[in-house]
Design a protein around this ligand. Structure first.
Ligand code: GDP
Ligand code: MG
Ligand code: ZN
Length: 308
């Protein structure tokens, strides 16, 4: 029967059927998916076929994995070319940002956006903890808001203390599968607890007492939203894999660069030293934000460092 993968803890997966029955499922045999080498063959968000192992129990075997609409991965720390798939079948990524306690850097935001673009997943940026912003943070917010809105990203401001912006945010999440992403401490767990029905919250607390601390896990987990849709939490996942991208590919994942790339003289232009570069001209004319160009440059450098 058809089931969705909600959680992966090593070799066991939590699979939920369309009727809401939950199984502990595992794989038998070796699967090769999408022709990619992955350290985890089944990912949160995957649609799979399962066969219950016996009538009474709640264990099952995964017999097939349906084709993924998309996925997002992080590189394995030791083998750069090997991917660990964090989650699949996503409609959007919600990047949770804070300008204080802790401060999210623009470089971090841009790396997230680039990764999501590279995996063809639309991004939404939500600035959390607006209740503690002072004049300085509001100035930064306004600058960043105009940068990202001009490029075409949706920007929200929310607070889990005053509940600012949460009605709007719920509309955005409704009936979609959304990946929650952001530095630790930006409020992902607080937002998830707010969104989830009481029942799900209680089971979460119980499973924490049983010894599996939420803060120690590095596994993604999916939850059903009571108003429709799903969210995927990514605790402990520090960065998406963008370091195996070709250097010449990078500017395709900056939407404001992508639309003018064809005007560069060289079609493999890296937009650094090349003459007649449309991207650099746009930066000089103020059509592309300098801050974004700096992020582009920094990410480009990090890609070349990983070249071999
Ligand atoms: N002032 C303020 N604190 C918040 C807000 N949202 C979350 N926090 C606090 O920030 C801390 C980290 O939140 P948590 O949800 O654990 O972040 P996570 O690491 O992203 O899951 C907790 O102490 C929360 O109570 C907010 O909107 N305003
Ligand atoms: Mg958390
Ligand atoms: Zn160029």
């Amino acid at each position: 029967m058809l089931a969705g993968i909600y959680k992966s803890t090593g070799s066991w997966y939590t699979a939920k059927t369309e009727n809401g029955e939950v199984y502990n499922a595992r794989m038998k045999g070796i699967f090769k998916i999408d022709g990619i080498t992955s350290t985890n063959p089944v990912a949160v968000g995957d649609i799979v076929e399962i066969e219950p192992e016996d009538a009474s129990g709640n264990t099952a075997v995964i017999t097939a994995i349906h084709e993924r609409k998309n996925y997002i991965a992080r590189s394995s720390p030791r083998q750069k070319k090997q991917h660990h798939i964090i989650a699949s079948n996503l409609d959007q990524a919600l990047i949770l940002v804070t300008l204080k306690e802790p401060k999210t850097s623009q470089g971090f935001i841009d790396r997230c956006l680039v990764a999501a673009e590279a995996y063809h997943i639309p991004s939404i940026i939500a600035f959390n903890k607006t209740d503690i912003y002072k004049k300085k943070e509001w100035e930064v917010f306004e600058k960043l808001e105009s940068i990202y809105q001009d490029i075409g990203y949706q920007v929200y401001k929310i607070s889990m203390k005053t509940f600012e912006g949460l009605t709007e945010l719920k509309q955005i999440l409704r009936d979609k599968t959304s990946l929650f992403y952001g530095h630790s401490g930006t409020g992902k767990s607080t937002l998830i607890n707010y969104l989830l029905p009481e029942l799900e919250l209680r089971t979460k607390e119980v499973s924490n007492w049983s010894g599996k601390g939420m803060h120690t896990t590095t596994f993604a987990e999916m939850f059903d939203l009571p108003f429709g849709g799903r969210i995927i939490d990514t605790p402990g996942i520090r960065e998406f894999a963008i370091n195996d991208m070709e250097r010449s590919e990078l500017s395709h994942y900056f939407p404001e660069m992508r639309i003018i790339l064809q005007n560069c003289r060289f079609n493999n232009c890296l937009h650094i030293e090349e003459p007649a570069c449309a991207v650099k001209e746009a930066v000089e004319e103020g059509k592309i934000y300098m801050e974004r160009y700096i992020s582009y440059y920094n990410i480009l450098q990090s890609i070349s460092e990983n070249d071999y």
